[in-house]
Design a protein. Structure first.
Lengths: 368, 551
């Protein structure tokens, strides 16, 4: 049985310092929801408020409309997976997993059945009599996950569960976590600072910075239409370029970059009046540059090229001195040696345009 | 980052009780001592007469001067002797170094006054070595009694502490630091002076403080081997105990001065050490290498010589315990007569020691688990204060704590003097810190999330504590309890103040037998103590998996 979680004007303070100022958020039933942000953004604080380990200084936290602010952690029926797994070192795998059931007055027979079921699900049933110190990081991770789900929690909370694993194992485990979550269907709140991991596992993501949610949305929406420059630079790689916007008086707009490159864009959410120029910033992802063969686009010089097999990353120094990154598919037969002069054209259909402060996305249909 | 919900729970209650215990049995007695020192014993009026008397008479100032001289010399000499010893054992391969380390540890665990009496048997006026040298070379060795004797005994007894501290610190020095220095052409003595010494300075200060406090507070050694070389603890004991002219108030006044002095030294050391502390952990520690030629010989000679000297007292005492005696004199031949005499004459002291130390260790174990938990996991103003209380026994010498307890609990509403209870209280307060430290060290390693995991899985606070936290702490608790145990059974300075005919301990019995000249019985008892110590240490190594002890 899983629940919908709602945060209403939640405030977190440590002494006089406000860490989270009036945050509101709704997490749907059965959803895999990720809190993503750089360290210190308040994502773990928020998670621990759901768990009950952090006090709430204002607002309301509800599970299915039931207020949880002052319910003790042990009474919230949550399953939590910790960053360091927090496996009890003196208990073996089966005893670790059974610990939560023992607290719930489940009969011995039932305990055994449920423990072996869940160990099957997370595929560590052959290790059930092992002590934790004889398990690898990935196996410990699975024990932690099994221990959290076996009690049939209303909410599954995971605090950077993969950050202690090797790169390859991290990819394997995040797939495993995703499929297990889908199988059991528990509302899951997941905390990470790794945007790729967040994109891989989540139904929806909330990007946080300094205790404030910057954007909430599906991974694809966040990547393609970041609400502000912070989200654009935090999710994926991007090049931020200064530009000038000129309204054409007919609902369309022209974006002028550098001295002689003009992009025509569909209508933007801008107050620019016809024939008036406004300073803006545009965010161009590396894959949104193409090498132009007819001499249009931004002129520059290749200063570095990194061949990565699937594609080649080029670092191009523009005439104004800015260095930008672009991706050239390896199949392309254009040779780009260091020192070579190139022209970069921009695929104007997908790029994002921001006001000068970078706070507001000017593309129409960009959410917020 | 981690905010803990502040609720009144069972832990608040536990903290309160522990706190109350410390207030009643440590703070109150010390306060009573303070009161006593400022009020005239007969008229009951406020007076500074005791302090005036102390500072105005050369007789007393002489004792202060003696104490300072001994303490400073012992501390410096211990560092000079044991520092190089630890360095040699770290960089050089020494044959049998494992055994050497254990022997040095054992030597440090015995009661200092046993060393004093053993050295009297060896180097005293009628000592074995003294006589041997007179017979062979025909000259009399210089006198061992007085300052030189106290210095010899205490240095040999306490330098192992420096050795263990410095060894521990050197183990945390990363070899790449040495290699980095060498790559910048800083080698040999210069490297040692510029890199190694600064890195271990905080450790030297900490070890030095421990040696300083112990040498300063030691009562048995100057009493036995001092022969008129009066130190402050001897003075306090005489003033307090002596049947003629004993004066509680005056003893209290001296105690207050001593505690103030010790506190000053302690704070000074903390202040200096804090400014010079580094956190180190070595990924690749310094590996001992086999030295060549003369250096190798010199290294071995130094290490072995020190070990032999350190073990000499206990070994010789053990040997004499098997010698035949006639009355008080050792005669040719061997027998178990001394042991039989020990059991028949002072068998009650063996029973008392085990009974009181046993009860003490149970209380210590429980209290240490709770206190370690409160101070590590429940940080706050109260926990900090509690932490300070547990440190107090480091600064208050045992004899002074004994006197403080005695003057406080020899009157209504709580009369404990003469009972085993007062001894047990003293032992608990004095020896609790070892177990607390060792328990807290383990607890520091236990991540908070382990407990949160248990709580999030629905376990209550108490169930989490007993099912999760305690099992994880237990190795540290037992390791600390064994060290506490050893230090209880070898304790003299408090017991000598607090014991009565019914509560005599083995160390008190050894002391009184030595004073009476019953060397056979004393040797048998001392040897039993040594055997218990060694067995306990072996148990400690087995339980903790470690080969060293932190004091």
């Amino acid at each position: 049985m899983s629940v919908a979680i709602s945060f209403r004007d939640i405030v977190k303070k440590y002494g006089d310092t406000t860490v989270i100022p009036e945050l509101s958020l709704d997490i749907q039933k059965g959803e895999f929801f990720t809190l993503l942000g750089p360290s210190g953004c308040g994502k773990t604080t928020l998670l621990r408020m759901v768990a009950g380990f952090n006090s709430i200084e204002g607002g309301a936290l509800t599970f299915n409309e039931k207020k949880m602010n002052d319910v003790a952690p042990g009474k919230r029926n949550i399953g939590m997976v910790f960053q360091n797994y927090a496996i009890f070192p003196h208990l073996n795998v089966a005893q670790n997993v059974a610990f939560g059931l023992e607290n719930r007055k489940v009969t011995k027979a039932d305990q055994q059945r449920r423990v072996s079921e869940i160990l099957n699900t997370v595929q560590i049933d052959i290790y059930k009599n092992r002590m934790p110190k004889n398990l690898s990081g990935g196996q410990q991770q699975r024990v932690a996950l099994a221990r959290a789900i076996v009690i049939n929690p209303d909410v599954l909370l995971m605090d950077e569960p993969l950050s202690n694993l090797d790169a390859q194992l991290r990819v394997d485990m995040r797939n495993a976590i995703k499929s297990i979550q889908r199988e059991v269907g528990i509302t899951t709140v997941y905390v990470t600072h790794d945007q790729e991991e967040a994109m891989a596992v989540s139904d929806r993501i909330a990007v946080m910075k300094s205790g404030v949610i910057q954007q909430v949305g599906a991974p694809r929406d966040i990547y393609q239409r970041p609400a502000n420059l912070f989200v654009a630079t935090f999710i994926g790689r991007t090049n931020v370029i200064d530009a000038v916007l000129e309204g054409d008086g007919a609902g369309g707009a022209a974006v002028i970059i550098g001295s002689n490159y003009i992009l025509t864009m569909p209508a933007l959410l801008s107050e620019a009046k016809p024939n008036e120029s406004v300073a803006i910033k545009i965010s161009v992802r590396p894959e949104e540059f193409v090498l132009s063969e007819d001499g249009t686009g931004l002129a520059g010089k290749v200063v570095n090229n990194v061949f990565l097999g699937l594609n080649t990353h080029l670092i191009v120094k523009l005439e104004n001195g800015q260095e930008v990154e672009m991706i050239q598919q390896s199949a392309s037969n254009v040779v780009t040696d260091i020192g070579q002069r190139v022209h970069l054209a921009i695929l104007s259909g997908t790029i994002n345009v921001y006001d000068a402060s970078g706070e507001r996305n000017l593309n129409r249909g960009s959410g917020l | 980052m981690i905010g803990r919900m502040r609720r009144l729970d069972i832990w608040s209650l536990i903290t309160f009780f522990i706190f109350a215990g410390y207030l009643i049995f440590l703070a109150l007695p010390l306060f009573m001592l303070l009161i006593k020192s400022f009020f005239d014993g007969t008229t009951g009026e406020f007076s500074l007469a005791y302090f005036y008397k102390f500072f105005s008479k050369a007789y007393y100032m002489n004792a202060v001067w003696n104490s300072l001289k001994v303490t400073v010399c012992v501390t410096l000499l211990s560092i000079l002797v044991a520092g190089p010893l630890a360095y040699i054992m770290t960089i050089a391969k020494i044959k049998g170094s494992g055994t050497v380390r254990i022997l040095i540890l054992i030597s440090s665990m015995s009661a200092p006054f046993i060393g004093a009496y053993a050295w009297i048997l060896l180097l005293g006026r009628n000592g074995v070595i003294t006589n041997f040298i007179f017979d062979v070379f025909g000259f009399r060795m210089p006198d061992i009694y007085g300052f030189s004797g106290v210095l010899l005994v205490l240095t040999l007894q306490l330098s192992p502490l420096i050795f263990m501290y410095v060894s521990g610190a050197l183990k945390n020095v990363d070899n790449s630091l040495m290699e980095a220095a060498e790559s910048m052409n800083c080698t040999g003595l210069r490297k040692m002076w510029k890199i190694l010494v600064p890195l271990i300075t905080p450790t030297l200060l900490a070890g030095g403080l421990l040696v300083f406090m112990r040498a300063f507070a030691d009562f048995g050694t100057p009493m036995l081997i001092g022969e008129g070389f009066r130190t402050v603890p001897v003075l306090i004991f005489n003033e307090f105990i002596s049947e003629v002219g004993g004066d509680d108030g005056f003893a209290a006044a001296i105690s207050v001065i001593v505690v103030l002095f010790a506190t000053t030294v302690f704070l000074l050391q903390k202040f200096v050490a804090n400014r010079k502390s580094y956190s180190m952990s070595a990924l690749n520690p310094i590996e001992p290498k086999k030295l060549k030629g003369a250096a190798n010989w010199a290294a071995h000679l130094y290490v072995y010589l020190f070990t032999i000297l350190a073990m000499m007292p206990q070994t010789y005492v053990a040997y004499t315990s098997f010698q035949k005696t006639s009355g008080k004199i050792f005669v040719d031949g061997y027998s178990l007569g001394s042991y039989r005499a020990a059991f028949s004459k002072v068998g009650d002291s063996i029973y008392n020691t085990f009974m009181m130390a046993g009860i003490t260790i149970i209380i210590i174990t429980i209290a240490a688990v709770l206190i370690a938990y409160v101070t590590v996991k429940r940080k706050g103003a109260v926990a900090n204060l509690l932490d300070t209380f547990t440190m107090l026994p480091y600064i208050v010498p045992g004899s002074i704590l004994g006197i403080a307890l005695l003057v406080t609990f020899n009157q209504e509403p709580l009369v404990l003097s003469g009972s085993a209870v007062i001894l047990i209280i003293a032992f608990v307060i004095r020896r609790l810190p070892y177990t607390i430290r060792s328990s807290a060290a383990v607890l520091h390693q236990v991540n908070d999330s382990i407990e949160e995991a248990a709580i999030s899985l629905g376990a209550s606070t108490m169930r989490t504590f007993f099912k999760i936290t305690v099992p994880m702490m237990i190795s540290g608790v037992f390791a600390g309890a064994i060290i506490s145990w050893i230090s209880i059974i070898t304790e003299l300075s408090t017991s000598i103040i607090l014991y009565t005919g019914n509560t005599r301990t083995m160390t008190v019995a050894v002391y009184t037998e030595v004073v009476r000249g019953n060397y056979g019985v004393a040797a048998a008892l001392s040897t039993m103590l040594t055997v218990i110590t060694v067995v306990s240490l072996l148990l400690f190594f087995k339980l903790s998996g470690k080969k060293e002890v932190t004091m």
